[in-house]
Design a protein around this ligand. Structure first.
Ligand code: RAM
Length: 356
């Protein structure tokens, strides 16, 4: 690894360690903040050692998404550090009910913890509750399940910060003027929907009065559908000035479409992408700037959180702390949420320093 790359990775790690206060949409807009249900609260012992031989299972939105693979692979590496193991299983599509049978199977197999990026906050709730009655700890990561169905949510960044900063990034590049559209993942995805609500809220500020959101389209985190939806947006809205795609699948498919079309150089695209998927589109100047966090750190942190829960170090209550290996000590915030750190903006000047 070159010194430059090391510095950049260190910077991303530091961003992760520094963390930032943040709120989920539910704690901002919806009524009573409810503590995650946990019967272990009274018995959590911060000095308990991490148990050895823990069996963790990552259940991503879908398995054929490079972002999800990076997260789960890093989670498995973390598990080795505490002499445990983590596997990844999951559906090939991100539809609302696609994870249910996997939760049921993992429950029967008797894992110590299930880590889930939920395709729908409520569809998975019953099966997750069922798992909890068997003593299995539930950690949502990336995309939350309904808070009453999990012990902890490991959020990659403050949801509010992600949503507002995505809108600001696009606004800067189009001079705060013109029609914009969003190309999202699935219509039920907790994370994208929360971010989009904050984008809309940001758009309501006076400085964006000359910008108009004309459409939210859904590519379902399917590469081909995202590609076709991008084409559809550009044809239906000829005055479109910018697109935000807050999904690694969506933004890379949209970039691929735009790079080979007459819209290249005319329509600004930004969103959340992995540097490896976006590099060629930054190099060919289809995309100037996009954002993300370090997905490896997300998987690593989620594994340590699951181990701390399964070892009785924490119960999921606000204010509890646990040690997350090289990421240091972490504190549980409101609604059982632990935040990894702020998003990071990638562009031509820094993209070659990253390899994920
Ligand atoms: C996709 C998924 C994931 C999201 C990233 C940014 O890979 O939708 O849930 O967090 O994009």
């Amino acid at each position: 690894m070159t010194p430059m790359r090391l510095t950049a990775v260190a910077a991303l790690l530091t961003l992760g360690i520094a963390g930032c206060g943040g709120t989920t949409k539910s704690s901002v807009t919806s009524a009573p903040a409810q503590a995650p249900a946990s019967s272990a609260a009274a018995t959590a012992n911060p000095d308990a050692p991490l148990k050895q031989g823990l069996k963790l299972a990552f259940l991503p939105k879908q398995i054929n998404n490079p972002y999800m693979t990076i997260v789960a692979t890093a989670g498995a590496e973390a598990a080795k550090e505490f002499q445990g193991e983590a596997k990844e299983v999951g559906p090939s599509d991100a539809s609302a009910s696609s994870q249910i049978s996997y939760i049921n199977t993992l429950t029967q197999q008797g894992h110590d913890a299930i880590l889930i990026s939920a395709n729908d906050p409520n569809a998975v709730c019953g099966p997750l509750q069922q798992a909890r009655t068997k003593g299995i700890k539930i950690v949502s990561y990336d995309s939350d399940a309904a808070p009453e169905c999990r012990d902890l949510f490991i959020n990659q960044a403050s949801s509010e910060e992600v949503g507002r900063s995505q809108l600001k990034l696009l606004a800067e590049m189009i001079g705060n003027k013109g029609e914009i559209a969003i190309l999202s993942a699935t219509a039920n995805a907790t994370n994208q929907n929360t971010w989009i609500d904050f984008m809309k809220d940001e758009l309501g500020k006076p400085e964006y009065k000359d910008m108009k959101l004309v459409k939210v389209a859904y590519g379902d985190d399917d590469d081909q559908k995202s590609f076709t939806e991008t084409q559809g947006l550009l044809q239906a809205y000829p005055d479109l000035k910018g697109i935000i795609s807050p999904t690694t699948v969506g933004v890379s498919a949209a970039a691929r479409y735009i790079s080979g079309s007459k819209y290249k150089g005319k329509v600004v695209l930004t969103g959340l992408g992995t540097p490896n998927q976006m590099r060629q589109f930054v190099k060919d100047e289809t995309v100037q700037k996009f954002a993300l966090w370090n997905p490896k750190d997300l998987g690593y942190l989620a594994s340590y959180a699951a181990a701390a829960l399964a070892s009785g170090q924490i119960s999921g209550a606000e204010g509890e702390t646990f040690k997350a290996g090289k990421l240091g000590e972490r504190t549980i915030g409101k609604n059982g949420e632990v935040i990894l750190g702020p998003p990071f903006t990638f562009e031509a000047a820094n993209i070659d320093q990253f390899d994920f």
